[in-house]
Design a protein around this ligand. Structure first.
Ligand code: OGA
Ligand code: NI
Length: 374
């Protein structure tokens, strides 16, 4: 996430004003040979569309999810290695109904094919992180992402109303009841899967399987639908610029088109799509929670000239009052605290109002907190 809502850096209110007129209407822009300058990235950040593939192992969650302790140990070892090295891995046999995944993609087609004015019923308002955004033209005026998104809030609290369904119906109308239900169910499935992954992360860090599971049990998370229309000059622009997700854990499902790239040892690699796999990465908040043991992974998405690409991103976030502070087992003389205590709403506000999430968000946030407390 790049919570794009949350995506991106640049403390520049003036800049935010000047781009108000630009509208990202995919039905027009997808055919256009001339790319507006706001979407053209500087040379040093321009993408390469066919980076070498990263050979990442698929971590099989089947045994762990059925309660086999040996399989859990094995999966947690693999998860731990991946998170120490780069913060990124793929899971299969995750137990999510394939019909739910394909429905989530199908309903996305339905939404983004609507006329712009209809999608704008859910328009994201300045300062908010939920709603429909076409490229973030309202917030930034350079290095704009070539995409449209629809983001919404999910709560795993046992007394919470079905926020996703209620939000989508209230913005889009009652015809969107089934649409809302699909994403409500999808978020619930992602929340459960992420709690399972939190058990593996806890085991691999030696803090026991309950610690992080409990921390995120009543998560208040964000779901984002990313829709990347074709671009006639895909080598000039980016679907999503380079960033680390400020959130805790991201579970992403990409369609068969391809475009996700991750940076490992300073080199970009593409991640081949696989319908049966979810791409999981550590975000800044979990990096802080693990006292820097696990890396928040740098990634981006490229576009292409022929095919629309879609991805479904679930961003796990702690309940708003939870203090992000590493467990004592992860702090000692040799590994002193790297980041100050904070709550997720503080980091969210930082990425919404003061900083465009990039690869240095966590560092900038820690410095900002430090300055504020002095
Ligand atoms: C994001 C993101 C990548 C993709 O939404 O934060 O990194 O492949 N998306 O869509
Ligand atoms: Ni991301």
């Amino acid at each position: 996430m790049a919570i794009e809502c949350i995506h991106t850096m640049v403390p520049q209110p003036a800049n935010q004003e000047s781009s108000k007129e630009l509208v990202f209407d995919a039905s027009v822009l997808r055919h256009q040979l001339h790319i507006p300058s706001q979407f053209i990235w500087p040379d040093e950040e321009k993408p390469c569309l066919d980076e070498p593939e990263l050979p990442v192992p698929f971590i099989d969650l089947g045994g762990f999810l059925s309660g086999d302790p040996l399989a859990a140990m094995e999966a947690s070892t693999l998860v731990g290695q991946a998170c120490q090295n780069h913060g990124f891995f793929l899971v299969v046999n995750h137990g999510i109904d394939p019909k739910l995944i394909s429905d989530a993609h199908l309903y996305m087609d339905h939404f983004f094919a609507l006329p712009l004015s209809h999608k704008q019923r859910a328009q994201r308002m300045p300062g908010e992180h939920c709603g429909y955004a076409s490229s973030f033209t309202g917030r930034f005026s350079s290095k704009l992402p070539w995409k449209e998104t629809l983001s919404f809030q999910y709560s795993a609290h046992k007394d919470s109303p079905p926020l996703v369904k209620d939000y989508l119906c209230s913005k889009m109308g009652n015809d969107f009841h089934q649409f809302g239900k699909v994403y409500q169910d999808y978020c619930e499935a992602m929340s459960n899967l992420s709690l399972g992954i939190m058990e593996l992360l806890g085991m691999s860090l030696g803090v026991g399987n309950d610690f992080f599971r409990e921390f995120f049990e009543e998560n208040s998370s964000i779901m984002r639908l990313n829709y990347y229309p074709p671009c006639q000059k895909p080598d000039l622009t980016l679907g999503t610029g380079p960033h680390c997700d400020p959130t805790s854990l991201t579970i992403l499902h990409q369609d068969q088109v391809g475009g996700l790239q991750v940076c490992v040892d300073n080199e970009w690699h593409s991640i081949r799509p696989d319908f049966n796999a979810f791409v999981v990465n550590i975000g800044d908040t979990f990096m802080a929670l693990s006292n820097g043991r696990y890396k928040s992974c740098l990634h981006r998405a490229v576009v292409n000239s022929e095919t629309t690409r879609k991805s479904l991103a679930f961003f796990l976030c702690p309940r708003s009052d939870k203090v992000v502070s590493p467990p004592c087992q992860l702090v000692d003389k040799l590994s002193p605290r790297l980041y100050p205590d904070f709550t997720w709403p503080m980091l969210l506000e930082f990425t919404q109002k003061h900083y465009r999430a990039d690869m240095k968000t966590l560092e900038a946030f820690a410095n900002w907190l430090q300055r504020k407390s002095n």
